[in-house]
Write a protein that binds this ligand. Structure first.
Ligand code: CUA
Length: 338
């Protein structure tokens, strides 16, 4: 029992340590900050009304107890049991009207403010959802190349960004609670969500619409960084993949670029040019593997490629019959793709 309590306390402490990583009360984006303000106004108004109602209920309960006691009837005269009841009901009605009006007006202004924020995006990112991963494309202004990554979104702080959303299979929903509200990704339609991050930090987005057995493993790592860091990251992502640096990595490179891997995955600057699976050009620079299924590390890459179906059953990545030497070589090469 004690051990279980200790484990619970440790888990709470661990959650507390990263409590701003994925929260709708973070207010780290313009829309999210508006929502947080709106939430507290709703909370205050509703809590006030709730406490009033509870108070009235308790008073009524106390009075009903008292009225159970035997009473002397005064010559059949009618006595109003609570003369103050009528003004109280009027005050209650007025408070309800004022409260509901305040909530309506506040909601209207938040909606207007969010719409105004969305009017002039300075950066456009295209996100396509798949079962169960995110395909992310940046089209840099003036450049002909499209920079492609997967399961991660880098955003410059204080830059209004429009994220256009598409889906290749079923309906998904993009939700980065620290930055903005949810938006559905619907096959055959283009939707969008406006992100205007206000604080530098690491956040977590999540698919918020049940989309199949691996819905929970459809996370999006979000990095909000300074404009200079963002430019540096984008430039690095635009470069071709690193060359293998030793014989083990070379063996991995050969396997990945000549086997079935190459028909699904793209690695820029190599013969691997598949387009239906996550782009691996800078795979090892990401924070997680397979949309949040595992944290990024060479050991986890090895575990993942040994048996993807163990970690993400139902995903498109098949478990291939690989020898231990092949797994080590592939993991060593992929780990080089920073
Ligand atoms: Cu995609 Cu749930």
């Amino acid at each position: 029992m004690i051990r279980r309590s200790c484990a619970l306390a440790a888990a709470c402490a661990a959650l507390g340590a990263c409590n701003n990583y994925q929260t709708a009360l973070g207010g780290d984006g313009a829309d999210s900050a508006n929502f947080v303000g709106l939430f507290w106004v709703f909370f205050a108004v509703c809590a006030f009304m709730y406490l009033l109602l509870l108070g009235a209920f308790l008073i009524a309960l106390a009075r009903s107890r008292r009225s159970d006691e035997p009473r002397i009837v005064d010559n059949g005269k009618h006595h109003e049991s609570a003369p103050f009841l009528r003004p109280l009901i009027v005050v209650w009605g007025a408070l309800t009207l004022i409260g509901l009006s305040a909530l309506t007006i506040e909601s209207f202004f938040v909606d207007r403010s969010n719409a105004a924020d969305a009017a002039h995006p300075q950066l456009v990112v295209n996100v396509t959802a798949n079962q169960w991963w995110w395909d992310v494309k940046y089209s840099t202004s003036g450049a002909t190349t499209t920079i492609r990554t997967a399961n991660e979104l880098h955003l410059p702080v204080d830059v209004p960004t429009e994220v256009t959303l598409q889906s290749n299979d079923v309906i998904h929903s993009l939700w980065i609670p620290n930055l903005a509200g949810k938006q559905d990704l619907i096959p055959g339609r283009v939707t969008d969500v406006q992100l205007w991050p206000r604080k530098i930090g690491l956040f977590r987005g999540q698919c918020a619409e049940f989309c199949g057995v691996q819905h929970a493993h459809m996370a999006l790592d979000v990095t909000v960084e300074s404009k200079a860091d963002f430019r540096k990251w984008l430039a690095a992502q635009g470069r071709p993949a690193a060359q293998p640096g030793n014989p083990v990595e070379m063996a991995g490179y050969r396997f990945v670029t000549t086997s079935a891997c190459a028909s699904c995955h793209n690695i820029a600057g190599t013969p691997a040019g598949g387009g239906v699976a996550p782009d691996l050009t800078h795979f090892a620079s990401r924070r997680s593997i397979a949309a949040g299924a595992l944290p990024m590390s060479e050991a986890n890459v090895r575990a993942w490629i040994s048996d993807p179906q163990h970690f993400k059953p139902g995903s498109q990545m098949p478990t291939m019959p690989l020898s231990g030497t092949e797994v080590s070589a592939i993991a060593a090469y992929l780990d080089r793709l920073k």
